[in-house]
Write a protein that binds this ligand. Sequence first.
Ligand code: ADP
Length: 399
Amino acid sequence: MHSVASLDSMTDQTPTSTPVDPAAVAAALDSVCDPEIGKPLPELGMIKGLEIGPQGQVTVQVWLTVAGCPLKERITTEVSAAVGAVPGVSHVRVELDVMSQQQRTQLQTRLRGHEAREIPFAQPGNRTRVFAIASGKGGVGKSSITANLAAAMAAQGFRVGVADADIYGFSIPRMLGVTGAPTKVEAMIMPPEAHGVKVISMGMFVPDNGPVLWRGPMLHRALEQFLADVYWGELDVLLLDLPPGTGDVAISLAQLVPGAQIVVVTTPQQAAAEVAQRAGALAGQTQQRVAGVIENMAWLPCPHCPAEGNGSPSHRLEIFGSGGGSSVAQGLAHLTRAEVPVLAQIPLDPALREGSDTGLPLVLAHPDSPAALALHQAAAALAGQRPSLVGRPLTLTPA
Ligand code: ADP
């Protein structure tokens, strides 16, 4: 093995007689995390060597997981800064090398905590809350809501991941502004991160936004890969953006992560609500819990009568009618014999669409807008729920 790169970093300090404490250098390295994995470099076996010279010159050798690692500059800068701040260090040199296949396999095992491939969210005791965002038909705002809920949860301090399971109609990377491609460590995929949200999508694997022409079994495998092969780390919440309707992916998810709960997105329109209820009704058959309903495009604040200074809202134009959200919630409550709340009613807001197009979700760009406040509230309600019931079968009341 030879070094693939090295970088000298002069610190502001001139050589001093203060001896460098190796324990302090080790502690400094412990403070540097691999940006993709989010764990300290030494814990990941990424420190190849360390030399401390008599004049306070320190050389740190780092193992990169892959050659051409897109984050090697960041790792180099952070190692230099951390070690350079240790008393007595006059100069830091970072040398980069690349792990062998055997080392990558060891790292993969270390990250998984075991050798077998498995879906962490389906294991007993797993505390990640998994929500599948479903809709009856396309265009009701399911993906926009998923992206905004995720960004809102991350802003509220939750550890969040989004798996874009809308394999044909992927749009999550654009909505969250993710441009990076995932790095692979053997069979393990490191999800890129945006706005504090880890994201994986078929869009990251399809060249030039091309079409995906897959049958059911391949969709099942893709979903399985997203759940088992992506290194999600510790998550509080995983959101899955399901394709519209009651298709193969929803059924696969029920098999792969039985504890996943469903969030149904609908518009207020009665016709849309009926279709949305059908999508949610799948939960009754798969014994999944419906966490709630989100009514999107609920109204448009009248542009001709702005909100009055006394705080009363402006006149609402109910473009798509009204009542869809509550009728879906009532229908699903009846069907699943469980309480199904309407989690939020989100108004139409051109800024929400703009945020989806630019990759800066509304909840971050305009957090005080009525739509963002409603989304923040729904995010808090979902993420703050008690831990999931993974591994514990839900008791069903006979019909
Ligand atoms: P789906 O995932 O259900 O197909 P999208 O999230 O792609 O729907 O939304 C469809 C279109 O509607 C997008 O252009 C999106 O920006 C826009 N949109 C969704 N919700 C709203 C809203 N509340 N206000 C304004 N535009 C919205």
